[in-house]
Design a protein around this ligand. Structure first.
Ligand SMILES: Cc1cc2nc3c(=O)[nH]c(=O)nc-3n(C[C@H](O)[C@H](O)[C@H](O)COP(=O)(O)OP(=O)(O)OC[C@H]3O[C@@H](n4cnc5c(N)ncnc54)[C@H](O)[C@@H]3O)c2cc1C
Length: 310
């Protein structure tokens, strides 16, 4: 396995590969310790170089997008963390409705640009502060819509082995369900995604719908405070937020973490929260709901680094 040492040196000189970087700046909760190595590639061809290097060094590799569904341990992450939010690019065809987006493209940007071109199908996505890659992995959704409904395929690179060439996976192979995809358990990095939207709609109508969706969120969620969105999956037919609110847990705190007064399925960082505070508060809420209702709430948020944290 050969590492292109010139390219690697360039990546370090350009600040694309850095050592010991706090990940608190890379999550919407604003918590998390340092990455041993953090890479923020802005071109697809930088990724195989980074993966070859990590494999050669025996470093574990993790991929993150906008960090809007992540709880990263205070101890940080060993190995290489690849943040793909700078890997951007968007190509929308107003005639066919076909859209190709790079992994780091913000999903709200995609939703807004599609609406402006009269492409229907992603109006629900305008308030989700993640990337295209993160939305595909999480099957992000809102207001009755979800990513899987419009996704055709993803281009991925394996994180293991020594063949880091891109391959295409069709939607049918991704086992999509409520906030679930096979990508959550398979060691792949999502480089890009292709969507099929419906062409020929009235842009003004679509734009109005995206604005209404955004307004609805900002009035019903603590949108401006650091959070990860909904912490727990809804134990259908029950709603996690209603169960938590019904137990009087709004406002409950551990350190700087607090169950939001606005929406009980959100935990906010009131300032200075540690990942450990959030983790304890998640456990406390789970215990209270289990004791009262016999329901074990499952976190929707992905936790990284806790396997090795004290
Ligand atoms: C205020 C707020 C509101 C929210 N509202 C909603 C909502 O309505 N509906 C909803 O579904 N979610 C919501 N979320 C959660 C979050 O925005 C989504 O889950 C989003 O899809 C995560 O995307 P991301 O890029 O931030 O991924 P991250 O949080 O960075 O990562 C999430 C998971 O995906 C993996 N991952 C990310 N990118 C890649 C990639 N390129 N390749 C391989 N793996 C990758 C990570 O390893 C991790 O396991 C909300 C969050 C916030 C803060």
């Amino acid at each position: 396995m050969s590492v292109d040492t010139d390219s690697l040196r360039d990546l370090k000189e350009q600040g694309i590969l850095q050592e010991q970087v706090s990940l608190a700046h890379y999550t919407t909760w604003r918590v998390g310790g340092p990455a041993q190595w953090l890479a923020e590639p802005n071109q697809a061809q930088q990724i195989p170089t980074l993966l070859h290097w990590a494999a050669n060094e025996g470093l574990p590799v993790r991929v993150i997008g906008a960090g809007s569904n992540l709880l990263i341990a205070d101890a940080g992450l060993p190995g290489l963390t690849l943040c793909l939010r700078r890997l951007q690019g968007l190509d929308l065809d107003a005639q066919t409705g076909r859209v190709r987006a790079s992994s780091g493209e913000p999903i709200p940007t995609l939703a807004r640009r599609a609406a402006r071109k009269g492409l229907q199908g992603l109006e629900w996505a305008v308030g989700i502060p993640g990337t295209v890659g993160g939305a595909a992995v999480m099957n992000a959704g809102a207001q009755g819509g979800c990513t899987a409904e419009r996704l055709l395929s993803v281009d991925v690179v394996p994180l293991q082995g020594d063949d880091f060439r891109v391959r295409r996976l069709a939607r049918e192979s991704l086992d999509f369900a409520y906030r679930h995809s096979a990508l959550q358990t398979q060691p792949f990095l999502v480089m890009a995604a292709e969507f099929q939207l419906e062409a020929g709609h009235d842009p003004a109508e679509l734009q109005q719908r995206t604005s209404e969706n955004l307004n609805h969120r900002t009035s019903t969620q603590p949108y401006k405070q650091p959070s990860c969105g909904s912490v727990f999956r809804n134990p259908e037919p029950a709603k996690a937020g209603r169960l938590i609110e019904g137990l009087g847990l709004k406002g409950r705190r551990v350190g700087g973490a607090q169950v939001s007064e606005v929406h009980a399925n959100f935990i906010i960082n009131t300032g200075g929260a540690r990942a450990a505070d959030i983790r304890s508060l998640i456990g406390l809420v789970q215990q209270e709901v289990a004791d009262a209702h016999g329901i074990q709430l499952q976190p929707e948020v992905k936790r990284l680094g806790f396997e090795m944290a004290a």
